[in-house]
Structure formats: structure tokens, C-alpha cells
Design a protein around this ligand. Sequence first.
Ligand code: R5P
Length: 314
Amino acid sequence: MQSMLKIFSGNANRPLAEEIARYLKRPLGQAEVRDFADGETWVKINENIRGHDVFIIQSTNSPARNIMELLIMLDAIRRASPRRITALVPYFGYARQDRKDQPRVPITAKLMANLITTAGTDRLLTMDLHSAQIQGFFDIPFDHLFASPVFVDFVKTTFPRDVVVVAPDIGSVKMARAYATRLEVPLALIDKRRTRHDEIDVMNVIGDVDGKNVVIFDDIISTGGTLVKAAHALRERGAQEIMACITHAVLADSVFDKLNNSDISALAVTNTIHQDSARIAARSNKIHILSVARILGEAIHRIHQEESLSSLFI
Ligand code: R5P
């Protein structure tokens, strides 16, 4: 007999969890996730989940309480005897700290993997990981989803022709190449050199963008430095309209002015991280928020039914 599906959400991105629940035509599970007066997180699962197939939705962007909520919810759920627990982490935070590239620095992405696994999840589901190798930090089943269906539709509607896909740095070439293949357009890339912590100098555009509509694909936008400098370099090489599709909008405060004064005409991001759309609209009219709820909801449905996930992206 198949176990019952239950979906719980932490507080990091409840609107996305509610949208996923609507797609699946199921209510979100009853759980209280609150703070004690001293700031410690307290969780109570308010319904029976013994023997159930449980999903918990929580992105692990800053603040760190999002991570604590995920870990504590996993612990509470694990102790309530479900058949299986899947952590759906739409944005896997700390992924950029995935290797020891200088002396005496942490590999925080691996620490996150250890914490999430130890807390009790049986499998992990996430989207557009900063680097695919992070899957190897986990010794449990790991499903890596892509926001590509929503971005491909967006680009096709916005720029029907003369498009070149651009990777803003070497790390995003694989992702950009996949988009170029899907859109059946050429690929260019930017050789980016990081000069100081969080400051970037664009050095060189490799490929022909002269007279073309350009779409930059990346996994994260934070300060906007990478994007704005890439756009500037592309404009100098003769690019016409310049648009960007970036999955995870971490959006530091400084990003809005930079974006408004940049060569970028539109930035599409997803809702893997909760965005206050009124706040965003007030600060920039260039940002479009696209929902990935259908992809995540369909992934939950297929995992629950033990069906293939790869066919979601064909
Ligand atoms: C870097 O490797 C990432 O893929 C992003 O390009 C980077 O994290 C974006 O950060 P920012 O917006 O601060 O330049």
C-alpha cells in the first residue's frame, strides 16, 4: 500500500510552499514553527505522520534561522515515525563555499550537507545548485532540478530571434551551454577575474555578440557585481538588448541601484527565495519574478509516485 503524502513548510518561503500545495491540490501539513522569547526555534507537528511520505519545504538563504528551522523540523518529523522524509530545499544556501581554495577556510556546503543528513532527511531535492558536485557531499538520494522550463519560455516570448546566450563566468558555462542548446542559439562567455572579496573585474568576452540580443544565465545574483560588469563588457562588444535569467535572487540591498543604472533591460529571477514583490517593484521595474512552483510540485508528485524526474526537463 502506498503511504500518504504530507507536505510541511518552514517560514523561509511559505508563499512558494502554498503555491506548491495548490498545484498538488493538498493542504500544507499542520505544524507550528515559532520562536521562544530568547530567539530559539520551537517546532510542533500537529498531526499524525506515522508511516507517511513527508516533504518539508525550506530554502536555506540567510538569516541562519532558516537553516535551524529546517534542522529542527527534520528532527521533529523524524521522531514522529514517517516512512520517508524528503527535504525540498529550493535554494541551497552556502553552496558557493564548496571547496578549500585557500588555507584555513571551511567547506561550508559540506557542513550543510552533514547537518541536513544528520537531522534525519532520507533524500534531498533542490534546484540549480551552484555546482553539481555538491551532490557528492550527500550519501543519500539527491534529485537536482532545473528552472530551465520557466526561463526558456520567458526568453522565447521576450526575444524571438538573434539571441546569444552568455555565461558570465567559467563556472556557469555548463548551465549556459545547456540553455544555448535548448534555445538553439550560439554561446559566448566572459572570462571574469575576481580582484578582491565580492569585487569583480570583467576581463574578456569570448564569442560574437555584436548586434545580438543577449541573455546572461547564472545561478545566483547577490550584489549584482557579476551581472552588471558582464553587461557592460557585452555592450562594449556591440550587444543590443541585454537580459538576464538568474535562478536564485539573494538580492543584497545595493543591487537595485546597480541594476537600474546598468545596461541590463530585464532581469528574470525565480521565487526559490521569497521575494516581496511590492518592495521589488518599488525599487526596480526591471525585475520579473517567475514561479517554479509547478516544477517543484510536479517533482514531489513524481517522487511520491516513484516516477522518473528526468522526463520533466526533456
Ligand atoms: C558565482 O560564481 C555565482 O555563480 C554568481 O555569479 C555570483 O555569486 C553572483 O554574485 P554577485 O551578484 O554578488 O556578483
